[in-house]
Design a protein around this ligand. Structure first.
Ligand code: GLC
Length: 731
């Protein structure tokens, strides 16, 4: 259930005393130019300077500042707000702290590959401890957008293409950021973003229009926000895109109808950066005043960076276009939020320079970062058991990421401590005898451009090696906001390096660095082993070495489908069957491309371990399941290999006949099992009709009686199903 915001008498006594300008000021969110500002990650060059911002705070015209850092300077801002403004209302200090603060964890998409929501909760908690120590109360995270088109750059920030996985990680990250007590000095307010269907932008083009069926909106894109709200998130950020012609930031049906009406969300709705201003560019608002009225009336409480609310809300209220009680309701939510995190009791909460200076958390968080990185990697292939590598092998580490420290963080890290980042070379040398006396390191090419003599040096090193570790992938600037790509492939210079190195005949292990699923080609696709490493954060080099040399067996699974070709996008595993599904012996006039089948090269849920895991048949306790009963599904999973493994056992379901066509499979559960060599474990999943619910043809939500297939399997395409029938309600 959503968290309520308790009524606070101090809030009720403030509102009647506030001027219109002060009320509008509390609804304004501005870049914190007072403190050291994050590298400017937003389009506007913030024209305000520190003096002007402090003046706005003193005048009571700023309720929240964002993307500044530092407890000491934060105290000064708060002192001005509390001691020098007329009403002494404390300010909220926010920032984009997405997957780590000083210690950087894997990008959220990579962490989702762990299939360990509790791990995400722990890294979010560690992030909250570091962010609040640095004078931040509120983070604009987690991003919970479902991303089904890998051309879009912001899938890196979420949990991939699946709604069930997305819900689990959304809730875990909210719990981790906020912790058990909102008033604790290390509780970091969470924000579910970007509301909604931002990942469904047409053609994967960021900011583009979204045309989407109501059923898809409700069954795919809304659920992770509901999961975040139910986990206690007290902020939602609106998206840049429109939904079927109505911009998300002025969408009354969604901001008020769904969030407030259906979900009873009690928190605040904040715009994305200048999203209210952009209603004009959308062609939805005629001018600033119109944009302000549309956004506020739709249910957007806070305006980020445009200044529109301060400039136009007072006049809109005075003219009667906006009722005073509606303005007061928004102000009440913001002030109640500040009260809920304890700012009225202690405005200097989380603004303790001594705590910021304390680095007692450093060792534990680095260890967590290393463990999270290890658990996020996905082994796509491992021909001939090439991995794990022997430490006495002659290894050539080749590629532009071999020594790189500029592409450790991924696309959304503002405050990482670069002095602690571990490169691939450093990680391998630390894991090898004599600091890697037999390790050769060659860049071979740049991130995007060839290097003079690079390929020749790489080929020479490959010829003298027993194995090549080829560190290639996307520069981190290729993913994230405004980084849509038409071809989700490696930069040509890197592909050329891979071809030349592979031609030597030395076995190749590809270490892929990526912020999205990629269409692997040529020698990269054909390498003997491929390890997907996303962007792993501070401990990249140590974590990769742990997996390469077998100190940790890979356990991650793909949260996004790797296609054969960019042209398949948007591709996702849980697609409808169509009326002409390709059959093993019938390919003509079927739903496939000339060049490729309607399948992934590597499917959602895929990932190898260093073990040998076998699945017994999926069984169902009773093929007849009462309408109010449960389907009980079981399978035995055995590790017949010689190494311990962690196996992600997945439960998929297909609704054979329904009032709207249903996906060929849908993930409905998973469990990550540690299995010792020879160990067998029976896994059980229980499904009620709530788990089988969807938006039916008549627009209602619920299950429908009929036959279902269920798989307990190692990926979205593996295994044979068991069948059960959900019986109609009796009586
Ligand atoms: C950006 C992003 C959003 C971020 C906000 C504040 O444009 O869309 O995710 O939280 O602006 O930086």
């Amino acid at each position: 259930m959503p968290t309520t915001l308790p009524a606070d008498p101090r809030v009720e006594s403030l509102i009647p005393r506030m001027t219109l300008e002060e009320k509008a000021g509390q609804l304004g969110v501005f870049a914190d130019m007072v403190r050291p500002f994050a590298p400017d990650v937003n389009p506007e060059t913030n024209v305000r300077n520190a003096t002007e911002v402090l003046e706005q705070v003193r005048a009571g015209r700023v309720g929240t500042l964002f993307n500044g850092v530092g407890a000491e300077a934060g105290r000064e801002i708060q002192r001005v707000a509390v001691e020098e403004s007329r009403l002494g209302i404390p300010v909220l200090l926010a920032a984009d702290v997405i997957h780590g603060m000083r210690t950087v964890f894997p990008i959220p998409l990579g962490e989702a590959a762990s299939f360990e929501p509790d791990l995400a909760e722990r890294t979010a908690r560690a992030t909250a401890i570091e962010a609040t120590a640095a004078g931040i109360h509120w983070t604009y995270a987690p991003a919970v957008d479902i991303a089904r088109d890998q051309r879009w750059g912001r899938g890196a920030e979420g949990a991939g293409e699946d709604v069930y996985l997305g819900c689990r990680f959304a809730a875990a990250r909210v719990r981790g950021f906020q912790g058990p007590d909102l008033r604790a000095h290390d509780s970091l307010l969470a924000t579910a973003k970007h509301f909604v269907a931002y990942g469904a932008v047409s053609a994967g083009l960021d900011y583009n229009f979204v045309e989407i069926a109501e059923g898809t909106l409700r069954d795919v894109h809304l659920p992770p926000f509901k999961a975040a709200v139910d986990a206690g998130a007290l902020a939602v950020m609106t998206a840049f895109n429109d939904i079927n012609g109505i911009p998300a930031s002025a969408n009354h049906a969604l901001l008020t109808g769904v969030l407030r009406g259906e979900w009873a969300f009690a928190g605040v709705v904040v715009s994305d950066y200048t999203a209210d201003m952009e209603l004009i560019a959308h062609g939805y608002a005629a001018d600033e005043r119109h944009a302000t009225e549309l956004a506020f009336s739709a249910g957007m409480d806070l305006s980020m960076q445009s200044g529109f609310y301060a400039a136009h809300l007072p006049a809109l209220v005075e003219s009667g276009r906006i009722p005073m009680e509606k303005l007061d309701a928004a102000v009440r939510r913001v002030l109640s939020l500040k009260a809920a995190i304890g700012l009225f009791d202690d405005p200097y909460r989380s603004l303790d320079p001594a705590r910021e200076a304390d680095a007692s958390w450093r060792e534990a968080h680095e260890a967590l970062a290393r463990d999270a990185a290890r658990r996020s990697m996905v082994l796509l292939k491992n021909e001939g058991g090439l991995l794990p590598l022997r430490r006495d092998a002659r290894i050539a580490l080749i590629g532009p990421f071999a020594r790189d420290l500029d592409n450790i963080e991924g696309c959304w890290t503002l405050f990482g401590d670069r002095s602690r980042y571990v490169s691939l070379e450093a990680g391998l040398r630390a894991a090898l005898p004599d600091g890697g006396a037999r390790l050769r390191v060659v860049d071979g090419c740049g991130l995007e451009a060839p290097l003079q003599g690079g390929i020749e040096a790489a080929v020479a090193a490959a010829r003298e090696a027993d194995v090549v570790v080829l560190a290639v992938g996307e520069p981190q600037r290729y993913s994230g906001e405004a980084q849509s790509r038409t071809q989700i492939v490696l930069p040509p210079a890197q592909q050329a390096l891979a071809e030349a190195v592979a031609a030597t005949g030395t076995p190749v292990v590809v270490l892929l660095r990526n912020g999205r699923a990629l269409a692997l080609q040529g020698a990269v696709r054909d390498a003997q082993a491929i390890l997907v490493t996303w962007f792993l954060g501070s401990q990249t080099g140590h974590a990769v070495a742990d997996v390469l040399f077998g100190d940790y067996g890979p356990s991650g699974r793909l949260p996004v489908s790797f296609p054969h070709d960019s042209g398949q996008q948007p591709y996702f595993y849980n697609h409808p069957r169509t009326g002409r599904p390709e059959l093993p012996d019938m390919k003509e006039f079927k739903a496939r491309w000339r060049e490729h089948p309607h399948q992934a090269l590597y499917p959602f849920g895929h990932g190898l371990t260093y073990g040998q895991v076998e699945y017994g048949p999926t069984t169902v306790e009773s093929p007849a399941v009462a309408w109010d009963g449960e389907a009980v599904l079981r399978a035995t999973v055995r590790n017949s290999g010689t190494r311990g493994v962690e196996e992600v056992v997945q439960l998929y379901v297909h609704d054979r006949v329904a009032s709207r066509v249903r996906p060929v499979r849908e993930l409905k559960g998973f469990a990550k099992l540690a299995l010792q060599p020879g160990e067998a474990r029976e896994v059980e999943f229980r499904l009620s009709r709530a788990d089988l619910a969807f938006t039916r043809a008549d627009g209602t939500q619920g299950a429908e009686p009929g036959w279902f297939d269920a798989w307990i399997a190692p990926s979205a395409v593996a295994g044979e199903p068991a069948a059960f029938e959900l019986l109609p309600p009796q009586g």
